[in-house]
Design a protein around this ligand. Structure first.
Ligand SMILES: [Fe+2]
Length: 122
């Protein structure tokens, strides 16, 4: 929750070290993921089409922010980028030809898109 009541909340005493910056970017990513989760919950929790459209658009913009921050994190910590690539390769190997194709132009709300619930019994 915001801590705007404290007028000194945003004051900084010094610049971050590189390690602290990397940790800050990880925290930023977590914040973006939380925002996606909350916006998506609000989209699911209303039948108001105007609200669904606007909030879903904001949710999807947060996904782009995750991509930006992940790219920044890989630049700041190349070893972490190697770890991410290792994990990606592991999934590719596990799923092989069974991997579903991902279409960038497919809306996230498309009925054919898998959801957490749809994968529970797979
Ligand atoms: Fe964001």
């Amino acid at each position: 929750m915001p801590a705007f009541a404290n007028p000194f909340q945003g004051n900084v005493e010094r610049k971050m070290t590189k390690e602290e910056l990397i940790q800050a970017v990880r925290l930023n990513i977590a914040g973006e993921l939380e925002a996606i989760y909350v916006y998506d919950a609000h989209v699911q929790a209303t039948d108001n089409e105007y609200a669904k459209k606007v909030i879903a658009d904001i949710r999807d913009e947060e996904k782009a922010h995750v991509g930006e921050l992940m790219t920044l994190l890989k630049i700041l910590d190349p070893q972490e980028a190697v770890s991410f690539a290792s994990g990606e390769a592991e999934v590719e190997e596990l799923l092989g030809a069974a991997k579903p194709s991902v279409s960038a132009d497919q809306p996230s709300s498309a009925p054919s898109a898998p959801t957490v619930g749809s994968l529970v019994n797979e």
